[in-house]
Ligand binder design. Structure first.
Ligand code: TLP
Length: 349
């Protein structure tokens, strides 16, 4: 049975071009820095982010964790949004492995942190306090429905953080979605941050991997922490090859995913029993709610039987994410299925 899988853009398979590149990849031992394909991927990512250097990591989670390890000390405090992926879905790694506490500032519906809130929360020098050393942003913002941060906003946050001696890390798992949606270069969105982690394995379709980008000095430290975490991957060129194809061929087409997400959101808004949970759908994530009188369990089962998968997590009821394996006609098909399931739930036979 055909399945339209909208749970996440992480479910994407490598494209035929990626598989070919993986098959043909030139490799070496990356721990010795001798894998030409990894070296090429890292150079490409650094260039695209406007940074000196980049490090190929196993995942976005590992990239974010290494960014914390490389820019803080045990006992420090870091600032994150209260809807941050790093807070919700990274197993508390920053605390467990980095020994830092995470202090939160509310994310507004666009994924931003209010600058006054940030300034208030930065610790002053006092014998009782931990030292605040890092602030983390997320662009696009996952739990805020793929909302985008502008370059101007990010620059403002960086300037405030730097004035107080804090470093800034950007969780840019979907930074290319943010760039394409705004018609700007990804490097403009990361210009003043000290580190940025981008993912190859989400909308860009590569099977594995992320890149942590920053200064030579930061990436040098990061490389040691990656080794400590067991992320020294030897002939990693086999997977890096897919990443190169992802960066070369999959960035501009993200606009199609954004158009499909808008199409999905418009269709969902017309279905009785469904309300959109966001005013705007700028990228590839659509959040929606089900009317309280309809059963979430029955809705999910009905969709599953019809071959449509959406995400259901925590307090945010449903999430649908578009990607290269979902076409606009798949979106129309999914909408028909969702409508049919909702009608059945309203009037059971
Ligand atoms: N997000 C996944 C799940 O973990 C929720 C998804 O399906 O969206 N930062 C952001 C903003 C992310 O959305 C994700 C993955 C990560 C980091 C972690 O990346 P991976 O999965 O490569 O560790």
């Amino acid at each position: 049975m055909k399945v339209i899988d909208l749970r996440s853009d992480t479910v994407t398979h490598p494209t035929p071009e990626m598989r070919k590149a993986m098959f043909e990849a030139e490799v070496g031992d990356d721990v010795y820095r001798e894998d030409p394909t990894v070296n090429r991927l890292e150079a490409m990512a650094a260039m695209m982010m406007g940074k000196d250097a980049a490090l190929f990591t196993t995942s976005g989670t590992q990239g974010n964790l290494i960014a914390v390890l490389a820019q803080t000390h045990h006992g420090n405090e870091i600032i994150v949004g209260d809807e941050a992926h790093m807070l919700w879905y990274e197993v508390g790694g920053a605390a467990a492995l980095g020994g830092v506490t995470m202090r939160t500032v509310p994310n507004d519906s666009c994924g931003r942190l209010n600058l006054d809130d940030v300034e208030r929360i930065i610790r002053t020098k006092d014998v009782h306090y931990p030292e605040t050393t890092l602030l983390c942003l997320e662009n696009t913002h996952n739990r805020c429905g793929g909302m985008v941060l502008t370059a101007a906003y990010t620059d403002e946050v960086c300037s405030l953080a730097h004035t107080h001696g804090l470093k800034v890390h950007l969780d840019g798992a979907r930074i290319f979605n943010a760039a394409v949606a705004q018609g700007v270069k990804a490097s403009a969105l990361a210009k003043n941050v000290d580190s940025v982690a981008l993912c190859l394995s989400k909308g860009l379709g590569a099977p594995v991997g992320s890149l942590l980008c920053g200064s030579e000095n930061l990436v040098g430290r990061a490389r040691k922490f990656r080794k400590m975490l067991g992320g020294g991957m030897r002939q990693a060129g086999v997977i890096a090859a897919a990443g190169i194809v992802a960066l070369e061929t999959m960035v501009e087409r993200l606009a199609e995913d954004h158009a499909n997400a808008k199409r999905l959101a418009q269709g969902l808004a017309d279905i009785k029993g469904i309300t959109l949970a966001q005013d705007d759908v700028p990228t590839n994530i659509v959040m929606f709610e089900l009317a309280p009188e309809l059963s979430v369990g029955k809705f999910m089962r009905g969709l599953e039987e019809a071959g449509v998968k959406v995400g259901l997590r925590d307090t945010r009821p449903f999430r649908a994410v578009t990607h290269w394996m979902v076409s606009s006609s798949d979106i129309d098909e999914a909408l028909v299925c969702i409508d049919t399931v909702c009608r059945k739930l309203h009037c059971p036979a």
